[in-house]
Design a binder for this molecule. Structure first.
Ligand code: SAM
Length: 210
C-alpha cells in the first residue's frame, strides 16, 4: 500500500475502518498489559482512532504516528484540544497535554523521535498493510519501541473471498513476526458482527505480546 493510497482514503473520506465506539477488545484486555497511570502507549498508524481518547481517559500518555495530517486535524477537533505544532526532523509533531502525534511516515521513525514507550496498541495497523510490508513493519515496531509489550488486534478470514485492507493475518503469521522476541498469546477471538465490510465472515482476534 503506497502512501498515495492512504492520502486518497482520507481525502475521499473512505473511512470504513474508523470506529464510532471504543474497541471492546481494548477495553476488555488492556489490563493484560499491566500498565500504571502515566505510562505511555504507542499507537502506530493511528488515524483519528477514538481508542486514543479512551486511553487518555484511563490516565495513560499516548504517542501516535500517522501519515495524514487531515486525520490528525480531525482527531484534535474531536478531542476539542488545540495542539502545539512544530517540525521535528521529517515529522510534524502535534502535541497537547498527554498526547503527541507524529505526522509523517512510520518507516522514518527512530526510537529517539518516539521516546520511551511502555506498551504498544496495534488496531487496524498491521492489518492495513500488504504482506510484503508487514515484515518490515513488525521489525521496525520492535526496534523503535524496544520490544515494549503489545496488544495487537487482527482479523482472520478467507483472503480468497475478499481483498484487503484490512488483510487477513493467520495465527501462523503472528507467530512468525513476533514469536522469536515475545511470548505470544491469543487472548480472545470474536466473530465480526455482520461480517467484514458487510459480508465476509471474519474473526477479530486480540493478541498479547509480552
Ligand atoms: C486502516 S487505518 C487504521 C487507523 C487506526 N489504527 C484505527 O484504528 O482507526 C490505517 C492508517 O495508517 C495510516 N498509514 C498508512 N501507512 C502509513 C505510514 N507509512 N506511516 C504512517 N501512517 C500510515 C493511514 O493513513 C491510515 O490512517
Amino acid at each position: 500500500m503506497q502512501k498515495e493510497f492512504w492520502f486518497d482514503v482520507w481525502q475521499n473520506n473512505e473511512l470504513g475502518f474508523d470506529q464510532k465506539a471504543v474497541n471492546p477488545l481494548l477495553v476488555s484486555h488492556i489490563k493484560s498489559l499491566n500498565l500504571a497511570t502515566g505510562d505511555t502507549v504507542f499507537v502506530p498508524l493511528c488515524g483519528k482512532s477514538i481508542d486514543m481518547i479512551w486511553l487518555l481517559k484511563q490516565g495513560y500518555k499516548v504517542v501516535g504516528v500517522e501519515l495524514s495530517e487531515a486525520a490528525i486535524e480531525q482527531f484534535f477537533a474531536t478531542l476539542e484540544v488545540k495542539a502545539e505544532i512544530w517540525n521535528d526532523r521529517s515529522f510534524k509533531r502535534y502535541s497537547a497535554y498527554n498526547i503527541e502525534i507524529l505526522v509523517g511516515d512510520y518507516f522514518q521513525l527512530s526510537d529517539d523521535i518516539v521516546g520511551p514507550i511502555d506498551a504498544i496498541y496495534d488496531r487496524a495497523s498491521l492489518v492495513a498493510l500488504p504482506h510484503d510490508m508487514r515484515l518490515a513493519y513488525c521489525r521496525h515496531l520492535m526496534e523503535v519501541c524496544d520490544l515494549a509489550p503489545q496488544l495487537l488486534i487482527t482479523f482472520d478470514y478467507d483472503q480468497g473471498l475478499q481483498e484487503g485492507p484490512p488483510f487477513s493475518i493467520s495465527q501462523n503469521e503472528v507467530i512468525q513476526h513476533y514469536d522469536a522476541h515475545y511470548q505470544v498469546t491469543l487472548l480472545d477471538s470474536v466473530d465480526v458482527k455482520g461480517g467484514l465490510k458487510g459480508g465476509c465472515q471474519a474473526d477479530e482476534q486480540v493478541w498479547l505480546l509480552l
